[in-house]
Structures are given as structure tokens and as C-alpha cells.
Design a protein around this ligand. Sequence first.
Ligand code: NI
Length: 391
Amino acid sequence: MNFRELAEKTEGYIIDRRRYYHANPELSQQEVNTTAQIIADLKEMGLEPKTFESVDAYGCMADIVGAMPGKTVALRADIDALPVCEETGLPFASINGCMHACGHDCHISMLLGAAKMLSENKDKLKGTVRLIFQPAEETGYGAPALIRAGVLDGVDAIYGAHIWNVLEAPYVNIEAGNRMASTAEFYVEVEGLSTHGSSPEAGIDAIAAMSAIIMNLQTFVSRNNSPLNPLVVSVGKVEAGTRWNTIPGKAKFEGTVRTFDKNMLEEAPKVMSRIIENTAAAYGATAKITKFRWLVIPVINDNENLVRIGQNAVKKLYGEEGLAPMMTQMGGEDFSFYMEKVPGVFGFIGSHNPETGKIYSNHHEKYDVDEDVLKRGAAVYAQFAYDFLAE
Ligand code: NI
């Protein structure tokens, strides 16, 4: 089986599908048409997709059953888009107000490409390849829901990959160790006393208190945490006030925490509450965390055998030089929930190419990929599955 050649031949199909899905993004837990189209694409290959109504999730799965009995390997692509207004100027840019700014359109098309190659070569397949088109990755809802629906039943191993701007095209990264972080969301409310903008002494300025809290929260990272322990606290949204000459009595903000440290799961909300409540008190205000939730656990490639199969798959296809190292990422991925249940490995497909202007990070309104890498991503999916089953 020469998946490098097969992927070359399938490239037109993969790019065509990528552009279709790119032009028609849907938000997490709203992937109605996306799911319908994936089902249609899979049926065209003679596959019989199953859906996940029982767990209130879109997306689908399908099995490619090989001619010879064997193990089952799962390949996963996530399918949801983001509430980002696209500014790429691409001829197939989305116009519906949301965007595949995280590149999940590429994941769908790469997995469809792999599905096409594998389903056309079922006679040479020993075992079953399960294709998982997962909804709602961005909200962390998708993977746990699909696990409840039984997508991992009978699965011996799982592989997934993310197209990623930090990595140069057309390299693939599969390496052992910490890959993506635990991710939490948190929400804080600050309460002061509103007053006229000309009389600050008559009130308690919620904006001043909130500003101080946001600045002090960084001491959680710099003073309460070891410098050797990766930790990120970022505030992404603040809200306060109604007009220029009123000091508001209420303010709120929200943000995220990223870590690989299991102790932090309990520690982070405790330390942050201390900083938040006491900083507010220093200003005569009160403040509290109204919600703190860990969305995903970390992605850690700790299965040596699967890391080896993944790396060898890339080497077989594109030589040693097809692989590139990449630092641990503080982004989160709900793929970690699959890895908690069955042996798994997670890779990255490089999409960064300054020569063609592909310089924007994932989630940016101008995020775009070097489409030359899509065939590689598809080939690695297929080769990984084939090799795992062959062993
Ligand atoms: Ni993503």
C-alpha cells in the first residue's frame, strides 16, 4: 500500500471537500448541515454512517471493515467552527458570520481523504478502521458525549491530529510527552457602589477594583507557581459601565487557565479566589468567582508504541525529514478524553507558510492553511491505521 501515491491522487478530492466545508461552517452543537454532508460523502464511498441522537450530539461515525479480521483502530476529526467573522478574502470564505478559524474544515477533509483511500483498499485491510467525525470540540462537549454514545466500544487505539499554525508546512509532528494542556474557563463578578463620575469618594469604583484584580491575578503564575511548571492565566473579556460620566458599581470578567499539573485542578480556583477576594477588599469592593470549570484534561502522548507507529508512518511516507519537533502547546483539546479511555496518540500537521501568507494563528479571522499539507495529513491518518492493524 503506497499511501503517499494514493494521497497524491486523492488530493483534488480532499481540497474540494476542504473548500466546501470551509465555506459552510457551523458552531459547536449546531453542526446539522455539516453532519448531513459528511454522511453523504461517506455514503458515496459505500460506507454506512451512524449518528449520535442518543447523546444529543451531531457528527457521525462509520466503520471500514477490512477483508481480514483483526483489531479496531479509530481515526478522529472534529467538525465544529468558531464565532469568528472571516477576513481571509478567500473565494470560498464563509459569509454566515462564523468561521473554520481552527482548521476543523481541514480535519474533516483529511479524514474523508483517508476514508476514501482505505475504503477503496478494504481487501488489503486486516481489521476495522473506525472514522469518528466529532462535533463540539471547541466547547469540550463533543468527545465525552461520543464516548457515552459508545464510539470507543471495541476500539484498540485512536489517532487524531490538529492542523496547526505554530508548525511549518508541510511537516508533521508526533512526539512523546505533554502536547496540549488542561483548560479551564472562569467567570468573576465584582461589586462596588456606583456614583457620579465627578464624585468618586461617594462610591466604590468596580472598574478600578477589577483592573487591580486582573493585574494581581498574574502573580498566581509568577509568585505562586514554580517557574518550571507551565501555567497560563488569561482574561479574555471584561464588562463594566454604561456611560462616560458614571462610575459603575458592577463589573465582570472571564478568562482561562492552562496547565499540565494535576494539583492545579484544585489549587487554581483556591489561589485565584484568594487573590480576587482580597484585592477587591483592598478597594472596598467585593468579588468572587461565579464559575470555574475544567473543560478538558491534558493531551499527553504517553503510549510509546503508538508514538512509534505514528512517527514511522510519517517516515515511511515522507522520510525522516517529514517529521519536525514542536514545543508543548498550552491550547486544549478534548481528544484527551478518548486517550483517557483507550491508548491514543495525537499529532500536528503544519500549516504555517510565510511565503504564501499563511502566517495567522489558529482562531484568527485571517487563519488559512497551506493546502499542500492536506494530502499529507490524509496519508498519515491512513498509514497509521493500516500499520496499527498490520502489526
Ligand atoms: Ni481546534
